[in-house]
Ligand binder design. Structure first.
Ligand SMILES: *Cc1c(COP(=O)(O)O)cnc(C)c1O
Length: 417
């Protein structure tokens, strides 16, 4: 595809964009360019009305009756599975292999423990050095609970060579939060299986941005975020995936009453639910589930191949600036150039990444920063236009050439980046 070099060419791509109309389903502040949907998705317009209805009618009027399925209630008790069924096609899973529950971190804990238990004689959880910290903190915590286990972190290029009979679980982010590099999920899963290891994939930066086919790719376990490309709102409940073949043997170490086969029998002994329901722990967060449920409607009828093509097309607009007018500014592209080797973001290492990110935000381009020196440009394909990316890069270029990022206020640290 030809490089976009003019604003007119970006506008032409927008006119030809089959997803262009989806932008209207989001409430985006006027004049703001939002390149951070990989951290917190924007508000879908379907959410406020739905949430108000759930609050005023289901909670306000229905009260505790709302837990039961219709016609008695509003079906709150079914929400974790109902929302999961909506999400399942986005990750290429069957509805009964997915559950919406807890946070990504808690789901990782549950599934990593379960996966290790399925390989009791193998000591190693193999992971990529520098992957998202929570994943490794949890694995370290599990190793402390069970000293026969250890977390082994190696550079991405050494993962294949490190897969052997001592590895119980390969724990990886599909798309790396910092670099935006994408692993070959199917290929690495096959290599793990060839040595008898299981896979646990973190889909935080891929679900909702590209087609995924967990079942077809043979994945064993997966987790992912509700608030990034799925737009479920701050702290939205997360999801987990357990391949059907593991569902009876894999056990949730957090044996809460909502994962019981008969929670309202109030029996003294724990009996896990026979299906995906066993991965629940406590009472589901109904308001968070309601927001995510309404948010997921923006994906109705979306061709995920088109979604992926759009995000690569957005990236081309930014790359043309980096290779062209910004070539002298000293940005190092951490994200691979091959479209199939990257997710839906571009990561730029630069010694002045922090003040540059703050100056860009002050100019109405919301980006983020990852310590120590990475500027991340999230290119969420459902609502971003090519011209937004063009204008964002033009502003970055202007900031750089005019040196305005050097104002002392942009050097001030902030607690959340
Ligand atoms: C964002 C992210 C998480 C977040 O976990 P929470 O429990 O929601 O805070 C986990 N893993 C990866 C790879 C992420 O990018």
């Amino acid at each position: 595809m030809a490089r976009v070099l003019s604003r007119e060419a970006a506008l032409a791509r927008d006119r030809a964009d089959p997803l262009a109309a989806r932008r209207e389903r989001f409430s985006l502040p006027d004049g703001l360019i939002y390149l951070n949907g990989n951290s917190l998705g924007p508000l879908p317009t379907a959410v406020p009305g739905h949430l108000a209805r759930v609050i005023e009618q289901e909670w306000g009027r229905g009260l505790i009756r709302s837990w039961n399925p219709p016609p008695t209630g509003a079906g709150w008790v079914e929400a974790p599975r109902r929302v999961a069924a909506r999400l399942a096609p986005l990750i290429g899973a069957a509805a009964d292999e997915v559950l919406v529950a807890d946070s990504t971190s808690v789901n990782l804990f549950k599934l990593l423990w379960a996966a290790m238990r399925l390989r009791p004689e193998r000591p190693i959880v193999l992971a990529e050095a520098g992957d998202f910290p929570t994943d490794h903190y949890l694995a370290q915590g599990l190793a402390a609970l069970d000293p026969r286990r250890q977390l082994r972190c190696v550079p991405a290029g050494e993962i294949g060579a490190e897969l052997n009979e001592r590895v119980a679980v390969l724990l990886l982010s599909h798309v790396h939060y910092r670099s935006g590099a994408r692993h070959d999920l199917a290929g690495l899963t096959a290599r793990a299986h060839a040595v008898g290891a299981l896979t646990l994939w973190d889909l935080a930066h891929s679900a909702g941005a590209m087609p995924l086919a967990l079942s077809a790719w043979g994945a064993d376990f997966a987790v992912g975020c509700g608030y990034k490309f799925l737009n479920g709102g701050p702290g939205a409940p997360a999801f987990l995936y357990v391949a059907r073949r593991h569902q009876s043997a894999a056990h949730n170490p957090l044996q809460g009453w909502f994962g019981h086969a008969h929670p309202f029998a109030f029996s003294a002994e724990y009996e896990p639910a026979p299906d995906i329901g066993r991965w629940q722990v406590g009472t589901p967060p109904i308001l968070g589930l309601a927001a995510l449920e309404a948010a997921l409607t923006v994906f109705d009828g979306v061709d995920l191949q088109a979604l992926n093509a759009k995000s690569q097309s957005l990236a081309e607009v930014a790359l043309a600036w980096l290779d062209g007018p910004l070539a002298e500014a000293g940005f190092e592209l951490l994200t691979p150039r091959a479209p199939e080797a990257r997710g839906s973001q571009l990561s730029l290492a630069h010694p002045q990444a922090w003040p540059l990110s703050q100056a860009l935000i002050a100019e109405g381009v919301i980006v983020d920063f990852r310590a120590p020196d990475v500027l991340r440009l999230g290119l969420a394909p459902l609502y971003l236009r090519h011209v937004d990316v063009y204008d964002a890069m033009a502003r970055l270029h202007r900031l750089w050439t005019e040196g305005r990022w050097q104002a002392p206020r942009f050097a001030q640290p902030l607690p959340v980046t």
